[in-house]
Design a protein around this ligand. Structure first.
Ligand code: ATP
Ligand code: MG
Ligand code: FE
Length: 351
């Protein structure tokens, strides 16, 4: 099926078009440059930017794919989780399009969308199910086990404080590096010693009290880095930015990959999928590759431009729902900023 997907859960306005698992267009506009002024995503700024970008991005996607609205089989949209005001812009646009073009509408789960990004790969085999997914971005850090793409997913763990990408952004600020922090830390860490400092690995002690077996915590790590920087500053010594960045990055990658692999083992599921902006991190990728190879786990990382928020992954999930014979969502769906990580499509999550 030919499906158009709309994504506006955070700071990317994304419109993607797929035919089944074939990517036809992936247009994305980001308010990142504007957000950089504030050092993080300001919800109101994101929502306004979506309003400005929606029509140009939609036009670009249709043009690139060479299709008209009339030819579409369905429209899919991220209904949650995400920033409420930002989500509403996408859901509103999708409903209007669905009515105007008389097409079925599928309101979908953003996190399952991240998992679906892997279906659009041009090389290699897409991930098979059941699979464990580690979704790490500026807004979420979640470990899931999915039985199938369109079926049920179980949340095995999530962050109890900062998201992993948020930790990169905050630590970058402490180190005086530009926003977004992930790429800037990656860059300077390449010249640093990852063993220079031993930063804490949050919630890795068996005695740690957590809600889910595989919950994450990054705020202690962030504080520890800040203290280390202060120590140098107080002593009037230059801050060893590269070494701190490398040691911080090592701590994040170690925690993320250790838990992901433990989950694969505990659930006897030898397939790991990475998604979200932090999956772009060089050390996260290399450590995942090393440890998955050692443990006999097949590792799947979607192409970089499909790891960060985009409309194509939402379209891909919509196409899966159409192919599974799912009924469309009602036009009464709203934006649900705290949509639980249980089902792919929103109507069911509301049941
Ligand atoms: P959401 O949480 O809704 O998916 P988001 O905009 O935060 O929204 P993404 O666009 O997927 O999510 O990712 C952005 C985040 O990923 C930022 O926090 C950024 O610092 C981080 N990031 C990007 N590249 C890297 C990298 N190379 N290493 C580490 N983190 C990175
Ligand atoms: Mg983003
Ligand atoms: Fe996301």
């Amino acid at each position: 099926p030919l499906v158009l997907g709309i994504e506006t859960s955070c700071d990317e306005t994304g419109v993607g078009i797929v035919r089944g698992t074939t990517l036809l267009a992936n247009a994305v506009a980001s308010s990142m440059d504007e957000q950089a002024k504030y050092g993080g995503v300001v919800p109101e700024v994101a929502a306004r930017a979506h309003v400005d970008s929606m029509v140009p991005v939609l036009r670009e996607a249709l043009e690139t794919a060479g299709v008209t609205l009339d030819e579409l089989d369905a429209i899919a949209v991220t209904a949650g989780p995400g920033l409420a005001g930002a989500l509403m812009v996408g859901v509103g646009a999708a409903k209007s399009l669905a009515i105007a073009a008389d097409k079925p509408l599928y309101g979908v789960n953003h996190l399952v969308g991240h998992v679906c990004a892997d279906l659009l790969r041009e090389e290699g085999e897409p991930v098979q199910f059941p699979a464990i997914s580690l979704l790490v971005s500026g807004g979420h850090t979640s470990l899931l086990r999915s039985d199938s793409l369109t079926g049920h997913s179980v949340l095995l763990g999530e962050t109890i404080d900062d998201a992993a990408g948020e930790a990169f952004d905050k630590v970058a600020r402490v180190l005086g590096l530009p926003y977004p922090g992930g790429p800037s830390i990656d860059k300077v860490a390449a010249d640093g010693d990852p063993k220079a400092f031993r930063f804490p690995r949050g919630l890795t002690h068996p005695k740690d009290q957590v809600k889910h077996r595989f919950d994450f915590s990054f705020s202690g790590l962030k504080t520890s880095v800040a203290r280390q920087v202060e120590k140098f500053e107080d002593a009037g010594e230059p801050v060893p930015v590269a070494d701190i960045a490398a040691s911080f990055r090592e701590a994040v990658a170690d925690v993320l990959i250790t838990k992901a692999i433990d989950a694969c083992k505990e659930y006897d599921t030898p397939r790991l999928l990475l998604g979200g902006g932090v999956a772009a991190n060089a050390r996260v990728r290399s450590l995942a590759a090393e440890r998955c190879a050692d443990a006999g786990i097949s590792l799947h990382i979607p192409p970089l431009k499909l790891c960060t928020d985009n409309g194509a992954m939402i379209a891909a999930l919509g196409a899966q729902l159409v192919m599974a014979g799912r009924e469309p969502s009602t036009l009464e769906i709203g934006a649900d900023s705290t949509l639980p990580m249980t089902t792919a499509q929103v109507d069911e999550a509301f049941e």
